[in-house]
Ligand binder design. Sequence first.
Ligand SMILES: [Zn+2]
Length: 68
Amino acid sequence: MLIVVGLIIAFILVLILSNRRTRSCRWRADRRQDGEAGSCFNCMTCGAQVFTSTGKPPLDCVANSPKF
Ligand SMILES: [Zn+2]
């Protein structure tokens, strides 16, 4: 039973730590999905997908924005 509680606590800690690191998103260009919306970028950290018109990856992570 203690193992289960430990796993839950560890899981919560991972969630908190990952939320704090949203600004260090690692964007990877996905040329296959480039189109009229712009250049496609996928975040390797949180899995967010963003289209930009500048051809450069976004500065901040969009996972915490209300739209997402
Ligand atoms: Zn991200």
